[in-house]
Design a protein around this ligand. Structure first.
Ligand SMILES: Cc1ncc(COP(=O)(O)O)c(C=O)c1O
Length: 412
């Protein structure tokens, strides 16, 4: 597209000055020659594997699993949910050790923590949440409400933005048990003001449970400093843990003794191998674990955590803003006339690491993009979500996607 040649030039300049460009070389290539993916803009859904992870998985098969066999449980696997949790907590969540574990799926950890938060004070019968939150969060909350008799208080933020503290302030009160929200909204990419929302919730004694799936690894969390009570997140998006890699859960130290999670499995027991008659919760975060840790799914997470530390979260965030701003500017300038709209926040500090664009024919366009090896996500009703993973995405790659979209909207 000749009109996009200026965008291509700008992309080359941005790639040349990208301070964390070296991280792109650390990923497994996306195919070879004509079959290669041309632009992968779905790292916010399934992150790409790191070369180091390939090594690590092979080493696991040959070593810890293949030859050390069951002895490996005593040689690190038993504690991996907590040791990996601490490492992820330190680098990604900005929290002190002893407050993070890895295991289960996000859905299950969410259930465990939401159920525990409600049970903490049965005098408080309300869960505040919003209609723009990810389906699993809404469905789990519906299940917890049905199970406990709690009432759900729904907020309806605009689809192209998200929750603001003032909305929450209007509905929280002495009867609120917990405010459940996503730090970054899965459709719009809106970054909720977690600090202010936590202040508002705490002012009436409610807990805050944050879903960090779309923020972990690309937006600073600093949960300890913000005073967030509970958090969950997945590791297969920006943390590149691999398909179905387990989730992480954060429980602020001050709550660990008093919260009781509902899936009391043997691995959360104070002494699992005593195999005694009754459940006795382990100390600290161990009590939030339920069953056997999914070791295979965990091994890749540490590699991205290391890479995030090497690149630095501030530089990652800077590149994320630059990538999303680059997309918004190009869409405004070159695609708006063809009916493409940006439905993500325009304010840099309120936007996570994806940009959703809308067009009446998004569904067909997205299917055609996939056929042409350009991979974003379709999101109902008419959104194409362009996920921009700062560690693996180049400005050149984004330009390829924009050029292809421009061609398709024009021929549609
Ligand atoms: C914001 C958000 N929360 C929760 C989930 C569900 O996670 P899981 O399928 O791992 O349980 C997802 C999955 O994409 C998500 O994006």
């Amino acid at each position: 597209m000749t009109e996009l040649s200026a965008v291509r030039e700008q992309a080359a300049a941005l790639d040349a000055t990208d301070e964390i460009a070296f991280t792109r070389e650390r990923f497994v290539p996306m195919g070879s020659a004509e079959t290669a993916v041309q632009a992968y803009l779905d790292g916010n859904s399934l992150g790409r594997p790191l070369l180091a992870t390939r090594e690590r998985i092979n080493a696991l098969i040959d070593g810890a699993w293949g030859t050390r066999l069951i002895r490996s449980w005593d040689e690190g696997w038993m504690d991996l949910p907590l040791t990996l949790g601490d490492r992820l907590g330190e680098v990604v969540l900005g929290v002190a050790p002893g407050q993070t574990f890895v295991g289960d799926s996000t859905t299950v950890v969410l259930y465990k923590l939401l159920r525990a938060a409600v049970a903490a004070d049965y005098g408080r019968r309300r869960i505040v949440l919003d209609t723009e939150n990810f389906p699993t969060d809404r469905y789990v909350a519906e299940g917890v409400a049905a199970e406990t008799g709690c009432e759900l208080v729904w907020l309806e933020p605009p689809a192209d933005e998200g929750l603001v503290p003032e909305d929450i302030e209007k509905v929280v009160g002495e009867d609120t048990a917990v405010v459940l929200l996503s730090h970054v909204a899965y459709k719009s990419a809106w970054i909720a003001d977690l600090a202010e929302i936590t202040r508002v919730a705490h002012a009436c004694g409610a807990l805050v449970l944050a879903d960090l799936c779309h923020s972990a690894g690309v937006v600073r969390e600093d949960l300890d400093e913000l005073g967030v009570d509970l958090a969950v997140g997945c590791s297969y998006k920006f943390l590149n843990g691999g398909p179905g890699a387990p989730a992480f859960g954060y429980v602020a130290a001050r709550h660990q003794g008093s919260l009781q999670q509902p899936i009391q499995g043997w691995m959360g027991h104070a002494d699992p191998f005593v195999m005694g008659p009754g459940y006795r919760p382990g100390d600290g975060m161990r009590r939030f674990i339920s069953g056997t840790p999914p070791i295979l799914g965990m091994v890749g997470i540490a590699d991205t955590v290391d890479l995030i530390e090497e690149a630095g979260l501030d530089r990652i965030r800077e590149k994320s803003i630059a990538l999303t701003r680059f997309v918004i500017d190009a869409v405004d300038e070159h695609l708006a006339a063809q009916g493409v709209r940006v439905v993500s926040p325009r304010e840099d500090d309120r936007r996570g690491s994806h940009v959703t664009i809308a067009h009446p024919r998004s569904r067909e366009i997205c299917a055609e993009l996939w056929r042409q090896d350009v991979i974003p996500d379709f999101r109902e009703p008419d959104g194409i979500r362009l996920g921009l993973a700062p560690l693996s995405t180049s400005f050149g790659e984004v330009t390829t996607a924009l050029e292809t979209i421009a061609r398709l909207v024009r021929t549609s």
